[in-house]
Write a protein that binds this ligand. Structure first.
Ligand code: GLA
Length: 637
């Protein structure tokens, strides 16, 4: 580890069966020996609670701790990430072990952080969850079943409930009420966060000075990350991009990875995040587990830093001889450390030492993309328009990439976040609006913000009821100066087009709304089909800002002129890096740190750089050549 420049490890993540081999029998000496040994060698420990995998004795004695599937059928012993998150027995048993761990280790000089659970995810449909869900609903709807009936529109198809006891989780062979489905998703986030808080409170009792994190996953569907991370001291996540795949260029993979990092960074904007896991070589759980080509590991590691991470960590240190992940890449292979992968890991270790001044800095972006879990789930649950994947995630990623390509840092925020620091906001497909969001958006624009929304905006409220009085509802019609009269769904083979005043044309596909223009400027019109000649893109000056509406799905690249106009009006400069270069910036009190990644195998000249080249340790002023798969980090005063 010292040879690789490693200065902290996350330990004991799945070690319940070893830490507590029988109920109430604790075996911690081995852990202490490792922590002592690490500490004496200058390596800190992030100590995990082992809640992500259960020992056999627990499942045998208390089967109710095992999750039930969507038919309500209890899972069997084995696997991981499959405990019932609301079950009181599970909470009691993991609580007992955590208390003992905290008593023993929370004042160990080598302990820098707690790592609770591992990649929390998934849904449980057991009786314990059903009972807790009913209590949760009763509190939410003031113990008034009629309030729930109204909110979920249960008269339709005779779904009316007489009391809360009749409500069941949305089993796959049971009820389909969209309000119920959405609320169960929210409930699962609540249950996961509540379990985490339970674990955290025990650790904090023993030593409140030790920060706590949980490693989450990219674009995770089952947890609303904005809600889930609230109690954590730092956000950490596990990054496994599929480098060198057969569907996109390495540049696109890197930009997708940048999107994922930025989402994590945006969850707690005032502090760095942690890249808790990455594969030193290949992973093992994907359909194809390709090795990173020489140099790519360095790009993967430093891109995390470039986007706001203060750590580069690995799964796994020593390759596991057996078990499910025995072929997964590791820092130390079965054959030892005389190999390419170890050398590349060690090279990253050296680079991180040089980049130490970057630690603690953040990325104060002025542009935000709205990505909202409640909205995402609502788009998944809706019946109508086009069923199946409505392309929300892809649309968001493509828009983020378009801003990244013009050198603009862009946060990824939820509609309930504080938007006051931003000048430009893109809110695509905001189908569901939370109460109060329309007011926030109006204030944002009135005070000088540039806002862009699209088709499928403002259709339903937080309980899935349609807004009345025209879409986009909640009086967003007055902000955009349009009413969306109807939405047409196109087959994949159908195409329409839009044309801007200067004659620029773009393809429109998937969704085309027919707009009534109330008081907005028309920037582009449809050219085909029954909507030909009607407005497709509008702009309304509202207070000191502007509200744009794009009524049809067009590729993000075709919206770039609109984005550039918004950036120019907001006074935000753009910067086009040469083709093949991915760029990110972190900002600290001592300067700005520009990271350039060459996503091609050929050298590329980076013109007009001025500052300190942190990896080569020289001042530069002019053109700097960046090798294929190379990284250049320039510190500007
Ligand atoms: C996840 C888990 C790890 C390991 C890796 C493999 O991120 O947290 O335990 O299984 O995947 O890539």
């Amino acid at each position: 580890m010292k040879k690789a420049g490693i200065n902290s490890v996350s330990l004991g993540i799945f070690a319940w069966a070893t830490l507590e081999p029988e109920e109430g029998v604790y075996n911690f000496d081995w852990m202490e020996e490792i922590m002592d040994n690490l500490y004496e060698n200058g390596i800190y420990t992030i100590l995990a609670t082992p809640s992500a995998a259960r020992p056999a004795w627990l499942d045998e004695k208390y089967p109710e701790v095992m999750r039930a599937d969507a038919m309500g059928v209890r899972r069997r012993h084995g696997g991981r990430a499959n405990s019932c998150m609301s079950n009181p027995v599970f909470r009691e048993k993991i609580g007992n072990l955590n208390r003992k761990l905290a008593e023993r280790f929370s004042h160990h000089p080598g302990l820098v952080m707690w790592h609770v659970n591992n990649e929390p995810c998934g849904v449980c449909f057991c009786d314990s969850c059903a009972a807790t869900f009913r209590k949760y609903l009763s509190a939410k709807f003031d113990n008034d079943i009629e309030k729930l009936n109204d909110a979920w529109w249960t008269a339709f198809w005779s779904r009316k409930y007489n009391n809360f006891d009749q409500i069941e989780p949305p089993y796959s062979n049971g009820e389909f009420v969209t309000g119920l489905h959405l609320e169960y998703k929210r409930f699962m986030t609540w249950a996961a966060a509540d379990l985490m808080k339970h674990e955290m409170s025990i650790l904090r009792e023993a030593n409140p000075a030790i920060p706590i994190t949980t490693n989450v996953m990219e674009m995770q569907n089952s947890l609303d990350l904005h809600e889930y991370v609230k109690e954590m001291d730092a956000v950490s996540w596990d990054s496994y991009p599929s480098f060198h795949n057969n569907t996109e260029s390495l540049e696109e993979t890197l930009r997708q990875s940048g999107f994922n990092h930025n989402m994590m960074r945006s969850l707690k904007k005032d502090r760095p995040f942690m890249m808790m896991e990455s594969a030193p070589g290949c992973a093992s759980g994907f359909p194809y587990n390709k090795q990173k080509r020489p140099g790519v590991h360095k790009m993967h590691a430093l891109q995390a830093i470039a986007c706001g991470s203060d750590t580069v960590q690995y799964f796994q240190i020593r390759k596991s001889r057996g078990g499910f992940e025995q072929h997964h890449g590791a820092v130390i292979d079965h054959a030892g450390i005389n190999n390419r992968i170890f050398r590349e890991v060690a090279e990253v270790g050296e680079m991180l030492k040089k980049l130490a001044p970057v630690a603690g800095t953040t990325v104060p972006a002025k542009v935000a993309l709205l990505f909202d879990w409640d909205n995402r789930w609502s788009l998944q649950l809706a019946q109508g328009m086009r069923n199946g994947d409505r392309g929300y995630e892809k649309t968001c990623v493509e828009i983020w990439k378009a801003f990244n390509k013009v050198g603009v840092e862009i946060d990824i925020v939820s509609s309930t976040d504080d938007l006051s620091d931003y000048k430009v906001l893109v809110a695509p497909m905001m189908y569901m609006t939370h109460p109060g969001v329309a007011e926030v958006l109006k204030k944002f624009v009135a005070e000088g913000g540039q806002l862009l929304s699209t088709y499928l905006t403002g259709y339903i409220d937080e309980n899935q009821l349609c807004h009345l009085g025209g879409f986009p509802g909640d009086d967003l019609t007055s902000l955009f100066g349009i009413i969306s009269e109807e939405i047409d769904t196109l087959y994949p083979t159908d195409k329409n087009h839009i044309e801007f005043a200067d004659g620029t044309r773009a393809e429109a596909f998937d969704f085309c709304e027919l707009l009534q223009v109330l008081d907005a400027d028309v920037l582009a019109k449809y050219t085909d089909d029954y909507v030909a000649g009607t407005a497709a893109v509008t702009k309304k000056a509202y207070g000191k800002g502007n509200a744009y509406y794009v009524a049809a799905r067009v590729a993000a690249k075709d919206m770039v002129p609109l984005f550039e106009q918004m950036l120019a009006d907001a006074g935000i400069p753009t910067m086009k890096a040469p083709e093949g270069i991915v760029h990110h910036t972190r900002i600290g009190e001592e300067g700005e740190y520009d990271f350039y990644f060459n996503a091609t195998t050929e050298p590329i000249a980076l013109p007009d750089l001025k500052g300190y080249d942190m990896l080569r340790e020289v001042e530069v002023d002019g053109t700097v050549e960046i090798e294929g798969y190379g990284v250049v980090v320039i510190k500007r005063a």
